[in-house]
Design a protein around this ligand. Structure first.
Ligand code: FES
Length: 166
């Protein structure tokens, strides 16, 4: 599984210290291992659970504030809970704004009934803002479940949501 991928329903969710220790162990003795450990925790739980911050602080001989600072600096780490089964990231940076990103954002928020960084109560969708996805020439751009999507319009957006399934 790629780092930052949406986790499977079978492994996301509830905290388990044993699972957390197993996820962190391969990275704990490695210089620069904190980021891979955070990715491993997110892959295991679907997010970085709060108790994992203390575990990482202990394993890497850092303060909890230092670990939290790193985890909260990178937007791909989720700290509040697992993402939905489908994660739609919409680019909100200048090049995409110039070709209608705000219109697409409004359509996505209305279709999914979500604000930015919200997950639907049924766990189906998470809507995230992104600030350049490297597809500036193909805007408005998006990323759906890790797959880039360019030249979005309202019709294409509706099709993507429909085809993604439950
Ligand atoms: S500005 Fe949207 S992909 Fe770069």
């Amino acid at each position: 599984m790629k780092a930052g991928d949406v986790n499977s329903a079978a492994t996301r969710g509830a905290w388990s210290e044993d699972r957390a220790r197993a996820a962190v162990a391969p990275h704990a003795a490695v210089p620069g291992g904190l980021l891979p450990a955070l990715h491993a925790l997110q892959a295991e739980f679907g997010f970085v659970p709060k108790p994992a911050i203390a575990l990482l602080a202990h394993e890497f001989n850092l303060s909890r504030a230092e670990v939290f600072g790193v985890a909260s600096f990178y937007h791909d780490f989720r700290l509040d809970g697992p993402a939905g089964r489908h994660v739609l990231k919409l680019c909100r940076a200048e090049a995409c704004q110039a070709v209608g990103a705000e219109r697409i954002a409004a359509a996505a928020q209305a279709a999914l009934k979500l604000g930015w960084s919200e997950t639907s109560s049924d766990g189906a969708w998470t809507l995230e803002p992104a600030y350049c996805l490297g597809l500036c020439a193909s805007g408005p751009s998006a990323m759906l479940n890790g797959e880039p999507v360019g030249r979005l319009d309202e019709t294409k957006l509706a099709e993507l949501i429909e085809q993604a399934g439950p």
